[in-house]
Design a protein around this ligand. Sequence first.
Ligand code: SF4
Length: 334
Amino acid sequence: MTSSPTSKGIIGFTTTIPVELIFAAGYEPCDLNNIFVTDPDPGRFIERAERDGFPKSMCNWIKGIYGVIMERDMAGVITVMEGDCSNTQALAEILRYRGVRTIPFSFPYDRDREVLAREIEKLGNELSIDEASLADVELRIAGAREKLWEIDTMTWSERNVTGAENHRWLVGSSDMLGDMEGYGKAAGEFILNARKRESFQGIPLGYIGVPPIVTDLYDFIESVGGQVVYNETQRQFALPYETKDIVERYLLYTYPYGIFARLKDIGDEIARRGIQGIIHYVQAFCFRAIEDVILRETISVPILTIEGDLPRALDTRTKMRIEAFVEMLEGMRR
Ligand code: SF4
């Protein structure tokens, strides 16, 4: 990956951050997770991290991100120290030790508006943005996000977008592949084509948790009669909130503020989308697996928890569990 000739270079990041600031500063944003998992050979990034001493018993997303940074030329990496991953501090330290320019950013756990406003301002100063460029980006990115919200709505209302397509469009919204206009335009073309399809009939399911590292989850769910019509975290990456205030937008964004901030969104979308069952994905060695306890006790529809580890196809046992879950939901429907 090389940066476009018109940009000042690539700024990577470890999870969704106010990407408007990177565009406004004239850099090309790059969500490191997406580079890792869409690579034809993602395993090599994990191997690189393990060769450099990362433990086997550690989340493979972190190792993949590290491997990507070691391989690519970047002007800097924004590391989200609070509101994402308990491993990021150690990741940031090793990156700094290896000579990578790291830029810390934090989402305040208590969702304090003033603290978040300060963090956004600090990041803007670090990237040397000016107000006029930010205002211009805000206008342009809003058009692209509207298209992504439309794809998301079509997934459950018209039922003509697959769970995998919904996942890909929304998960890519964190950096819009470095080109917000291009991404918005491609999304518009996708919408026109999807509207020519028949509706899908699978049992409507929700997917919650971090995006999957496994490669064939959505296709498998559809092959056994289900259809994911809600991708919780990926939808959040597309900032589905109509507000012109950047601080407000990233306060409404639920993902960084813990499980209680997420529960309302999940409950509302289950009701709105007619979701009949939830698949909760947890990543091996991720602290977020503990949240499963609360989710199981609070979510109003049946829930299946599955775990992924490496960027490869689902294992047979997980496939059998998903199939049995969809069959059970079908039985409840009759
Ligand atoms: S899956 Fe969990 S442990 Fe892994 S990077 Fe994401 S938050 Fe961190």
